[in-house]
Write a protein that binds this ligand. Structure first.
Ligand code: SAH
Length: 202
């Protein structure tokens, strides 16, 4: 997986490749999909959600440029696979998932695998985790209709937000946004396809 799907497509961050070469991705997919766990595609994890394609996990993580002291916010825990990658590279991970049953399943597995630097919240991640802001990095694993300003507000100076943005389910763009003081620098990445970031706003 690492050689054929990640390195060959230009993922150069050795720390990310190293983590993904040892992390047991098969533990994060339903039993019926175990044989396909390392395939080059997302897989269903129940409740209409998916575990992201390995390449997308690697690309988004590499974009964050995490240091060992980083405090990271993740929106959309899903299977918890991306959470584990972040927890291997950063000091602390704060993860928010809208669907409580998915969150509890991910928490159970991540506890079992020994991760002690992750905090969990079942909530609408559009609001971020204001009590714990600022963050060095924020990763959104579901497609937002526009860049959520509540999240850019929770970035520390030099902090990075990676988020798929697009109104249509068929085509979204992966955006990387870096805070420089009061300014936000935006970089457009590749086209992508994520499940929608559900809004609970009434
Ligand atoms: N990185 C995860 C991706 C899961 S798919 C993985 O690889 O397993 C995206 C997840 O975002 C889903 O679990 C979905 O329930 C969750 N989600 C959607 N809208 C959300 C919201 N507003 N707040 C928090 N989580 C949300």
């Amino acid at each position: 997986m690492v050689r054929l799907q990640l390195r060959s497509r230009g993922i150069a961050a050795e720390s990310v490749l190293q983590v993904m070469s040892v992390l047991p991705r098969h533990r994060f997919v339903p039993g019926s999909a175990r044989a396909e766990a390392y395939g080059d595609f997302p897989l269903p994890i129940g409740r209409g959600q998916t575990i992201s394609q390995p390449y997308m996990v690697a690309l988004m993580t590499a974009e964050l440029g995490l240091g060992a002291r980083a405090k990271v916010l993740e929106i959309g825990t899903g299977s918890g696979y991306q959470t584990a990658v972040l927890a291997e590279l950063a000091r602390e991970v704060y993860t928010v998932e809208l669907i409580p049953t998915l969150l509890e399943r991910a928490r159970g597995l991540l506890d079992e695998l020994g991760y002690r630097n992750i905090r969990y919240q079942a909530a609408d991640g559009t609001y971020g985790w204001p009590e714990e802001a600022p963050f060095d990095a924020i990763l959104v694993a579901a497609a937002a209709p526009a860049v959520p300003s509540t999240l850019t507000a929770q970035l520390g100076d030099n902090g990075v937000l990676v988020v798929p943005v697009g109104r249509s389910q068929a085509f979204q763009t992966l955006l990387t946004i870096r805070r420089r003081g009061a300014r936000l620098e935006q970089h457009e990445g590749i086209g992508c396809r994520f499940v929608p970031l559900v809004s609970t706003e009434s």
